[in-house]
Write a protein that binds this ligand. Structure first.
Ligand SMILES: *[C@@H]1O[C@H](CO)[C@@H](O)[C@H](O)[C@H]1NC(C)=O
Ligand SMILES: *[C@@H]1O[C@H](CO)[C@@H](O)[C@H](O)[C@H]1NC(C)=O
Ligand SMILES: *[C@@H]1O[C@H](CO)[C@@H](O)[C@H](O)[C@H]1NC(C)=O
Ligand SMILES: *[C@@H]1O[C@H](CO)[C@@H](O)[C@H](O)[C@H]1NC(C)=O
Ligand SMILES: *[C@@H]1O[C@H](CO)[C@@H](O)[C@H](O)[C@H]1NC(C)=O
Ligand SMILES: *[C@@H]1O[C@H](CO)[C@@H](O)[C@H](O)[C@H]1NC(C)=O
Length: 427
């Protein structure tokens, strides 16, 4: 597959009208052919597929997924996997309206009105939102499979505390940004109803549409809430067992091993992490986030039951196959390991991850500086959330506007820019 140099891919503003027209024509004439074949072509040599469920490949791949993207749970990596799958299979991804930023107006309760009209009707949804069952049912097709991911509350809270330290007023009030000081007397700093309070307590329950302020002493609340979650979500993945979770996801959706390859995204540098080694601190975090802690424990137990049902040894074998395939992909894409870098050192600004504050360093990937230009699929593999969302919105807008108005090959200038990457490219 031929690739334009990166400088061309990333300079939409300098693109002349002529160029854009040419691009559109190219896209139009080759698009159909490529799109029809893309799902089968595969950009990478197909991984030798060991599978715990050999009959899986006989089932058609499931192509309607609602992924509830929770905060600080490795969910950006899952989102990237889903975005790439949807793009490869020409499936529409619901994306936020401009007014909502790159999240669905989070922390507001999700509403179908937050969805950009050019991304309707969707088959996938994977951006941050606060779960709202009715509105998602209204938006998504009726064969949608619901999936989410949780993380163990102690490390998750540490991550929230440092990631949002300049964002969430609760954390900003804490002297010296000391987590110990906060946990010794959280009510001194925490105001339940102020802006971004949901990052400070029971964030998982909040994201899932529950009440993070509910008294943990109420014996009725959490079991009922868990029951609701279980009745909607077919799979609750866990960040601690990420690869195992992906194997379960693949089984659920009847996807190939090649559909779940990834590199980790949106991580902090090791220096930005506090290492919680004190049992007292860990206990305080669990007490403060008691609802999340019990929610996690429940789903950790069901997760291991699921693994046992599939067969732990077998899952382990698939995990190894997945890890080897990810390494091969990284080697092919980045001529070795992808290079983790602090954002400011990443030359290509389209690959710079969003930085929550000067105190936290979110690392991203830089691409090898020499050699032939990178395959577009490799680029997507390391593209941060904000940029990938923006890119997908442009691409889908172009497609869906054309579908809506077939006699208007070029949308009015300014209203809509063509995707930054010439989308379908042929050798
Ligand atoms: C891709 O999407 C476009 C627009 O929605 C549609 O016209 C086309 O048939 C789709 N192609 C495939 C292979 O699904
Ligand atoms: C948002 O959802 C929660 C939980 O379902 C509900 O209690 C609350 O009233 C909703 N808020 C608004 C503004 O609708
Ligand atoms: C799902 O939607 C399709 C078309 O929208 C409809 O024909 C079908 O009966 C629905 N299935 C269920 C189980 O509701
Ligand atoms: C904050 O840090 C400074 C210097 O490290 C120290 O002198 C001060 O006592 C700390 N304040 C609190 C409230 O811990
Ligand atoms: C936490 O641990 C990691 C790995 O053990 C280390 O690289 C990092 O510097 C530590 N962070 C702090 C703040 O001590
Ligand atoms: C999850 O459950 C397993 C099996 O009971 C246990 O060994 C493990 O420590 C739990 N993980 C976490 C992060 O709590």
């Amino acid at each position: 597959m031929a690739c334009a140099p990166l400088s061309l891919l990333y300079s939409p503003k300098t693109m002349s009208r002529k160029k854009a027209l040419l691009l559109l024509l190219l896209a139009f004439s080759t698009g159909t052919l490529l799109l029809r074949q893309s799902a089968h072509l595969g950009w990478f040599p197909k991984s030798p597929s060991f599978s715990c469920a050999p009959l899986l490949s006989l089932r058609p791949k499931h192509t309607a997924v609602a992924f509830l993207k929770t905060h600080k749970t490795a969910s950006t990596t899952v989102q990237n996997i889903l975005f790439r799958f949807a793009e490869r299979h020409n499936l529409t991804v619901a994306l936020p309206h401009h007014a909502c930023d790159h999240q669905f107006c989070y922390p507001r309760n999700f509403s179908a009105r937050f969805v950009h009209p050019y991304t309707l009707p969707p088959r996938f949804i994977a951006s941050h939102l606060r779960f709202n069952r009715e509105e998602l049912h209204r938006l998504m097709p009726n064969d949608t499979i619901y999936v989410t991911i949780l993380r163990e509350p102690v490390t998750m809270f540490e991550s929230l505390f440092s990631y949002y330290n300049q964002y969430c007023p609760t954390f900003k009030r804490v002297p010296n940004g000391s987590m110990e000081a906060f946990l010794d007397n959280p009510h001194r700093y925490y105001r339940p109803h102020e802006k971004f309070a949901m990052y400070a307590r029971n964030t998982l329950v909040y994201d899932l549409g529950g009440d993070p302020e509910h008294s943990p002493g109420d014996p009725m609340y959490l079991p009922e809430f868990i029951h609701q979650v279980e009745s909607i979500f077919s799979l609750v993945m866990l960040a601690e067992y990420f690869d195992e979770s992906l194997v379960l996801l693949r089984h659920l959706l009847a996807w190939d091993l090649d559909d779940i390859l990834y590199v980790k995204l949106n991580m902090r540098s090791p220096e930005s992490k506090l290492n919680i080694t004190s049992a007292r601190l860990a206990a305080q975090i669990r007490t403060w986030n008691a609802l999340d802690a019990r929610l996690y424990d429940h789903f950790n137990a069901t997760f291991w039951r699921k693994l046992n049902e599939v067969g732990r040894d077998c899952v382990q074998k698939e995990v190894h196959a997945l890890q080897r395939a990810c390494e091969r992909l990284a080697h092919r894409c980045f001529r070795g390991q992808p290079q983790l870098r602090p954002a400011i050192q990443i030359k290509n600004k389209e690959l710079r991850p969003w930085q929550p504050s000067a105190k936290v360093d979110i690392v991203g990937y830089d691409l090898p500086g020499s050699g032939p230009p990178l395959d577009e699929q490799c680029l997507k593999l390391v593209m941060p959330e904000v940029q990938y969302s923006r890119y997908l919105l442009r691409k889908q807008s172009l497609r869906n506007r054309r579908r809506a108005a077939p006699h208007r090959p070029l949308p009015p200038r300014g209203l809509l820019r063509p995707p930054r990457h010439p989308v379908p490219k042929v050798a």
